[in-house]
Design a binder for this molecule. Structure first.
Ligand code: OGA
Ligand code: FE
Length: 279
């Protein structure tokens, strides 16, 4: 666990929005809740952090140690906004890439999200595309990772959960170079368990559990400057292994203060997968 090997990497400084410590359990709605209920009961706390260039260290960064990875390889997809093409062409590419990166026996895609930045727009508003994430989070938790397996696999779930299971996202800009709202990823090995705060994410039909993340000066942040569509990030959002391997890699979009003002608005796609290894 020698993190000094990242000290030489070029870095920028930027502001990230963490969760402010709170007594109550954080609860965020994905839609307008009933009158009198706030959309979020939590407060943000901004911190300026150093964010390292992951590219020169890519070969030395791994899903099982840092909880993320930088992949090379273009997609054959012509139009990521064509849902049918994404399912037909992109899904199998992602399944192959994740199986290769992890040695998994089965990769199940359960969600994909396209984002297109619209300046000034809020996220999760009907009629506007999904916006970049504004706060540090992990999509799943020690509880909701296995719960997703039960949600999708019914009777088969307990058998699958007797083997190793991971939740891994594959994230890619769909045009580049990406300067607008790049994604920052935190080395899971720099995160203390107390930094991860289980939070409710309320949908119309279910309540998901994510981690909000409180500030810790030990956090080591990375990004891929001017990321191109032939590059992708793998983000681990859960691992059933509890033997010291990375389990949760926090991440968020951020404003790069060194970017010109007139950058191309970000467009990106992320695929969420359940990754199984034979029991
Ligand atoms: C993700 C994610 C945020 C963004 O891929 O899980 O949180 O801004 N993405 O793309
Ligand atoms: Fe996320």
């Amino acid at each position: 666990m020698n993190a000094d090997r990242f000290d030489h990497l070029p870095r920028i400084e930027a502001t990230l929005n963490y969760l402010a410590p709170m007594a109550e359990r954080p609860r965020n709605y994905t839609f307008d809740p009933p009158p009198g209920v706030p959309r979020s009961n939590s407060e943000r706390e901004s911190h300026i952090v150093g964010i390292r260039d992951a590219r020169p260290a890519a070969a030395d960064i791994s899903l099982d140690r840092e909880g993320f990875a930088v992949l090379q390889g273009a997609s054959a997809v012509q139009d990521f906004w064509d849902e049918d093409e994404v399912r037909r062409v992109y899904y199998p590419e992602v399944q192959r890439a994740i199986a290769e990166a992890t040695g998994a026996s089965k990769v199940f895609i359960f969600d994909h999200t396209l984002r297109r930045r619209v300046r000034g727009a809020a996220d999760r508003v009907p009629g506007t595309p999904r916006q970049p994430a504004t706060g540090v989070h992990v999509d799943h938790t020690a509880t909701s990772g296995p719960q997703r397996v039960r949600d999708f696999f019914g009777d088969e779930a307990e058998h699958l959960l007797s083997g190793r299971v991971q939740v891994i996202n594959l994230w890619r800009p769909i045009r580049g170079p990406l300067r607008d709202a790049p994604l920052a990823v935190c080395d899971a090995g720099s995160v203390a368990s107390g930094d991860l705060v289980p939070s409710d994410l309320v949908y119309q039909n279910r309540v998901g559990e994510t981690y909000g993340v409180t500030y810790n000066p030990a956090h080591r942040w990375f990004y891929v400057p001017e990321m191109q569509p032939d590059e992708a990030l793998l983000l681990k959002c859960f691992d059933s292994k509890t033997d010291g391997r990375a389990r949760f890699a926090p991440h968020t979009a951020f404003e790069d203060p060194t970017a010109p003002a007139d950058v191309l608005p970000r467009e990106s796609i992320e695929i969420r997968t359940l990754v199984f290894h034979e029991a």
